[in-house]
Ligand binder design. Structure first.
Ligand code: 9MR
Length: 313
């Protein structure tokens, strides 16, 4: 059995990653846990549109490269997050619409992917394009109003910009197979595969909480997407209260699907989380391992318990 998450995941050819925030890289407790446990890194905010193209046509990769360089210097791969999104747009992009916005999106994808060409294993090309609730509709945004084809244009642009990267669509509240948002995303991916739009993977953010709880049909969801001919990944995992059994279930769901590439948790310690009050992660604020950590590690190790059997043998 392996003793870190990354090494344990690698036994089945998978990875175990975390979001990294550039502002925390001077915290030695943070970097020692992240360096030890994980073999995949996602920049929590630093590769987003507002960070990488703060003024139109003027790209800035200083924070993004801090995260990228830390990851590579510590032997980790990098997921890119994210190229086309309604949120965290710089002011200049928020003010654009129509064909000007379409061109700006294309230029942005080309600019960022050129900088990281050949260096990013998976890109979240498009993030969170579907609306919550029962409609199954696209989310309203300036990008959506630029034309319903904005998503496939983003993927075609991304494929040409860096043919070596796996191109993912990433969203939340799409883990429960019965939800309308899940079905809408499924129909889009099926249509893309039928029409040859270049999509390689689907990212399930997996922010589980009382309003969006884990359901055991998540495994069915992963299997059904994989059957369309795309890889799947768990990209931003956190679970309110970090119940060990739920963390184990999610881990086993990925392990059960051969096309599940790996799992990324959305931060290291609870205090690093965007929802720190929910204590949703694998490490306590002092850096110690939580019960959820042991549950995940044991699952990755094939279910071996770290506890000796109660009967001693
Ligand atoms: O964790 C990120 C937080 O630091 C930012 O303030 C926030 C701004 O939108 O984005 C958070 O990350 C989000 C991710 O990029 C996309 N899925 C939801 C994540 C949590 O909000």
């Amino acid at each position: 059995a392996e003793s870190t998450l990354g090494a344990a995941a690698a036994q089945s050819g998978r990875y175990f990653g975390t979001a990294i925030a550039s502002g925390r890289l001077s915290d030695s407790t943070y970097t020692s846990i992240a360096g030890r446990e994980f073999n995949m890194v996602t920049a929590e905010n630093e590769m987003k549109i507002d960070a990488t193209e703060p003024q139109r046509g003027q790209f800035n990769f200083s924070s993004a490269d801090r995260v990228y360089n830390w990851a590579v210097q510590n032997g980790k791969q990098v997921r890119g997050h994210t190229l086309a999104w309604h949120s965290q747009q710089p002011g200049w992009m928020q003010s654009l619409s129509g064909s000007a916005l379409r061109q700006a999106m294309i230029d942005h994808i080309n600019g960022v992917m050129a900088h990281y060409k050949g260096k990013i294993v998976q890109w979240d090309v498009v993030n969170e394009a579907f609306a919550d609730g029962s409609s199954g509709a696209r989310r309203d945004s300036n990008l959506q109003r630029s034309g319903n084809d904005w998503i496939e244009v983003a993927f075609r642009t991304a494929r040409a910009a860096d043919p070596s990267a796996k191109l993912c669509y990433n969203d939340y509240n799409v883990e429960n197979w019965t939800w309308a948002k899940t079905q809408a995303m499924y129909n889009m991916v099926r249509d893309f595969k039928q029409r040859g739009v270049p999509i390689d993977c689907v990212g399930f953010q997996s922010h589980f909480n009382s309003g969006s709880p884990y359901n055991s049909n998540f495994r069915t969801t992963l299997q059904n997407f994989a059957a369309l001919g795309v890889d799947v990944a768990i990209t931003e995992l956190d679970i309110q209260g970090a119940p060990a059994s739920t963390y184990a279930n999610v881990t086993n769901d990925c392990l059960a699907v051969s096309r599940c590439l790996g799992i990324t948790v959305w931060g290291v310690r609870d205090s690093d989380s965007w929802r720190s009050e929910q204590t949703p992660l694998l490490f306590n604020n002092d850096g110690s391992k939580k019960a959820a950590y042991t549950a995940v590690l044991d699952a990755l190790n094939g279910g071996a318990s770290s506890e000796p059997p109660a009967d001693g043998g």
